[in-house]
Design a protein around this ligand. Structure first.
Ligand SMILES: [Zn+2]
Length: 136
């Protein structure tokens, strides 16, 4: 049986390079090779979308848990996200934090055995990215 500990949602944005993503996750204790990775525009934003959008992402969680026994969900957002399209950085982070709280509520209701964490990657589009302290 193949298992890993985490399911990570990230935005598809190319500016967060895989090598940098790997390093950022390692900084918060998530080792390369220990997570399933879902890459979508806006990360897990579509959990707040219409039924089709939400069901697609919920299916990824269900399959990750069924196939790899993942017990931890990590949602990575980032600044300057085109899926949000909010020019003002304060408004963007406020909106994203509110959305992450709603996403946490949905995920923990549907998957009560799951631990949930969320971070916002800061510094996009530069190369010196960092993870803002755990949001949720
Ligand atoms: Zn994005």
């Amino acid at each position: 049986m193949h298992t890993c500990h985490y399911l990570v949602f990230r935005c598809m944005d190319f500016r967060i390079k895989p090598s940098i993503l790997s390093s950022l996750l390692k900084d918060v204790g998530i080792e390369e090779g220990d997570y399933d990775l879902v890459s979508c525009a806006g990360s897990a934003k579509d959990l707040l979308g219409n039924e089709t959008e939400r069901d697609f992402l919920l299916k990824q969680i269900t399959l990750s848990q069924k196939l790899h026994q993942t017990k931890n969900i990590v949602v990575l957002y980032h600044d300057n996200c085109g899926a949000y399209g909010i020019a003002d950085p304060v408004e963007e982070v406020t909106t994203q934090q509110a959305d992450l709280a709603k996403i946490k509520a949905i995920v923990t209701e549907q998957f009560p055995e799951t631990q949930f964490r969320a971070f916002i990657v800061k510094g996009v589009p530069r190369d010196d990215l960092w993870l803002e302290k755990k949001i949720i």
